[in-house]
Design a binder for this molecule. Structure first.
Ligand SMILES: Cc1cc2nc3c(=O)[nH]c(=O)nc-3n(C[C@H](O)[C@H](O)[C@H](O)COP(=O)(O)O)c2cc1C
Length: 349
């Protein structure tokens, strides 16, 4: 099944493998480089590539050396990347990632802001190493609306840069999940409190992006029940069930295996369009496997995303097709400049 084609909105994917979003911390002045274009172009046989997290505004940058999509130079730099992927026959979405409270004054030059003035209780990446996550400033109600607008503008920029669409990062404890979470969100305006209040930001951001670039070009990533970066969610099936009802019929939801299979299957049944499943979840000890992918396709998923397997195996599709061994990427080169980026070759026969 993994190697059969799939119609995703207006895109025909030649197979059901998605390259999962992975931050690589190799941007220069907020821009992808020529190496970034090579890196994604090498992986263009994936059914769909989702880029590393890209900040929609300068202020929403979460960690060091990540790229943005908020000025003309960034759009031009991304154009080189999307052209390279398309020249190799691929398809690519940009992941729009707003860090919210997961940020640091040393990264974006200001105190980060989130739903409420509550620190994550974990550590964040800074240019000078890991530091305790700061207490964020709480967005005013007007500022929450500004973040919705910012997502829509970044999505327009993504289309101008040649992306086939965008994925909103609603997972892993960043801004959108902070709003969903009862630990990070203790707002008393219409964006907090009840389930209806906590899902509102996600629904408005997705709605604004869909209005801006067309819903067939939009996905959202979710980590239901995922507990990293200080996130606590209550009543996960209800929270996510209501969220799915509040979303427009976008191209896909990209769900990480961060809760029970039963809950995941319930979300699958409740969602009308494409369901992308990431078996590995939040960087567990073992990376997603081919067998897990096939099992999830048999259980109703439409597409399977692979993260770590794509770092060391640019030709992952071909390796699956021919049953070739996989290379494990060196963890020391996941983030930061230097090797371990474009130097993993295709299988040498
Ligand atoms: C180096 C690295 C960077 C990551 N960065 C992101 C990111 O920017 N956005 C995101 O949604 N997930 C990110 N993830 C999570 C992956 O997309 C994926 O969910 C995780 O690696 C588990 O899947 P796997 O077992 O197939 O690797 C990252 C993972 C790794 C290993």
């Amino acid at each position: 099944m993994l190697l059969t084609s799939y119609q995703l909105g207006t895109l025909t994917l030649p197979n059901r493998l998605v390259m999962a979003p992975m931050t690589r911390s190799r941007a220069v002045d907020g821009k992808p480089t020529a190496e970034t274009a090579t890196y994604y172009a090498q992986r263009a046989t994936a059914g769909l590539i989702v880029t590393e997290g890209v900040q929609p505004t300068a202020a929403s940058q979460s960690g060091p050396f990540t790229p943005g999509l908020h000025d003309d130079e960034q759009v031009a730099a991304w154009r080189v990347v999307t052209d390279a992927v398309h020249a190799n026959g691929g398809r690519i979405f940009a992941q729009l990632m707003h860090g919210g409270r997961i940020g640091h004054v040393e990264v974006a030059g200001h105190q980060p802001a989130g739903p409420s003035a509550i620190a994550a209780g974990t550590e964040v990446f800074t240019p000078t190493g890991m530091k305790p996550a700061p207490v964020p400033r709480a967005f005013t109600t007007a500022e929450v609306a500004d973040q919705v607008t910012a997502f829509a503008q970044a999505a327009r920029n993504a289309v101008e840069a040649g992306f086939d669409g965008v994925e909103l990062h609603g997972a892993n404890g960043y801004l959108i999940q902070q709003f969903l979470s009862s630990s990070a969100n203790q707002r008393t305006d219409g964006y907090g409190g009840s389930v209806a209040g906590r899902i509102r930001f996600a629904a408005e951001a997705v709605g604004a992006v869909a209005d801006a670039i067309g819903r067939e070009r939009v996905g959202i990533r979710l980590s239901p029940g995922g507990q990293i970066q200080g996130i606590v969610e209550e009543d996960v099936p209800v929270l996510y069930g209501e969220l799915l009802k509040a979303l427009p019929d976008i191209a896909y939801i990209h769900v990480m295996a961060t809760t029970d299979d039963e809950v995941l299957l319930g979300l699958r049944k409740a969602w009308p369009t494409a369901f992308v499943l990431n078996p590995g979840g939040q960087i567990g000890p073992d990376e997603s496997t081919r067998e897990q992918g096939e099992r999830w396709l048999a259980n109703g998923a439409d597409l399977i995303s692979y993260g770590r397997a794509y770092l060391g195996n640019p030709d992952l599709v071909e390796r699956f097709r021919l049953g070739l061994p996989l290379v494990a990427a060196d963890r020391d080169t996941w983030f930061g400049a230097g090797g371990g980026y474009v130097d993993y070759p295709s299988y040498q026969h």
